[in-house]
Design a protein around this ligand. Sequence first.
Ligand code: SAM
Length: 285
Amino acid sequence: MAQADDLPPLREVIATHGLAARKSLGQNFLLDLNLTGRIARAAEVEDRVVVEVGPGPGGLTRALLTAGARRVIAIERDERCLPALAEIADHYPGRLQVISGDALAVDFPALVGGEPAQIVANLPYNVGTALLVGWLESEPWPPWWRSLTLMFQREVAERIVAPPGSEAYGRLGVIAGWRTEAKILFDISPAAFTPPPKVTSSVVRLIPRTTLLPCAAADLSRVTAAAFGQRRKMLRSSLKSLGGDTAALIEAAGLDPTARAETVPIEGFAALARAVAAMKAGTAP
Ligand code: SAM
């Protein structure tokens, strides 16, 4: 596919700026313009504020700007990438702001300044899940972001969209399903990246739910940590780590004490989180 802007081809950018990929930073660069364009279109960024984590040499960044993003705020940890990103910023005056630093330490709501943003990223595999969980546990809700369009290893994508009863169902599926509608859009083969990773990647899109099953994110996190921490055990055993009267908690949540975490639907975990909150507040039945 032809270059959609007048900037140098990405391979040239990488060579000019000496951006040999570093494994420690999860660097697998996506140089296929068909794919960067496809991700940008799937993210529906036209006239929107976009937050991108890990722009690297800027392939996806350029696709987002070409697709009409009004403003892109890109956070990159690798300082070697900054000159290449500065060239893109010069090419699109006033539309690309590059923040040099660790995305795990960024105050995102302060950065976007009140306007709901689309988050789009080919995430570094080593911090991708931590970033996602942080975004899913955002308070207040609805969150500061209006959609997430993210690339993960296929196995992580499957855990995000996993339904109860499936092998991949776990804490990530509960928090993602509680707060969003999540869907795998398409896969990307290792061959599309430089260097190629060992596994297939998938693009996942998550849209915040406006109506949530009532419970607090922190309580939900506690109960899923206990239940899935020992996923093969029955709830009456795995939930003992929550303290208090385990049988009463399970009964208050309307769950079967002999059930295992992987069969409990999200509604069940929300009920358990409410029961834990009531126990803490001393209002449990
Ligand atoms: N967006 C580029 C692409 O699609 O080709 C690069 C994606 S690469 C998988 C991940 C990028 O995230 C790298 O540029 C890496 O330097 C950057 N990165 C790694 N850890 C980061 C962190 N904690 N905060 C911000 N960026 C990070």
